[in-house]
Design a binder for this molecule. Sequence first.
Ligand code: NAP
Length: 277
Amino acid sequence: MKKVTLPCGELVAALGQGTWRIGDDPTRRQEEIDCLRRGIDLGLTLIDTAEMYGEGLSEALVGEAIEGRRDEVFIVSKVYPHNASHRSMPVSCDNSLKRLRIDAIDLYLLHWQGDVPLAETVEAFEALKRAGKIRHWGVSNLDTALMRELNDVPGGAAVQTDQVLYNLGRRGVEWDLLPWLRERHIPVMAYSPLEEGRLVQRRELMDFAKRHGMTPSQVAIGWLLAQDGVIAIPKTGNRQRLEENALALEHPLTTAPLRELDALFPPPRGPSPLEMI
Ligand code: NAP
């Protein structure tokens, strides 16, 4: 498994597992648990969830899936912006820990910036670190201006990642956010790497994949894995698609096909606002 180094020096899997909408449908529960466990078997040990996902249903399912396998996984969860305060964050974190059935979250993220000042959120994260309830913290959906602001807050430079929308069809972050993060050795966690499944239906990607003996999802994931300091977290609740996606690790894209992809899905030509799903 390709690994990415966090600023704290810890190595995490470059290909992880997303869990948005997992746990929502009780009839699919066992299939989704088996799928996450199969993912861990294949080395996709970074699991991304959030208190928002199904209002705790996703975290609860992840908790069940990692039962007995705590040492193998790196758990990422997220706090709602309105809970990212001195008063509410400890409560949110305790609730997430209970649902996940673990003692500490490996990486706890601010889901997006709300009304709580970043300085207060950083203090609340650091207090949870001292209490042993989280090991590291990071952010999500913060653009370059907000990352600069965070960096200037006392303790803000301890941020471990910015989780943002990034895929072949959404390359805006390459203009300024990615270079800013790379300069500071902060990896990006690319969410919706398949554009919620829509990317794999695009004709140009389907044709490219066929020419290169891959599937469209393998190309979309492989393109992210080919870049330095990028962690991809595709979501699937289906074992066959999970195994298909994991095979992206075994067909790394080389310079010529990457150039071809640049022509099909061009990089940005100027700044653009950070997109969100
Ligand atoms: P995604 O991973 O881009 O796409 C997931 C969709 O693609 C699902 O409908 C899945 O269906 C389908 N899919 C997966 N593998 C496939 C394959 N090989 N062929 C065809 N379809 C396939 O979308 P996402 O769930 O939005 O993003 C991934 C994760 O990022 C989330 O689960 C979440 O953990 C995180 N996220 C974070 C934020 C944030 O604000 N921080 C926002 C969005 C997402 P099946 O499940 O039926 O296979």
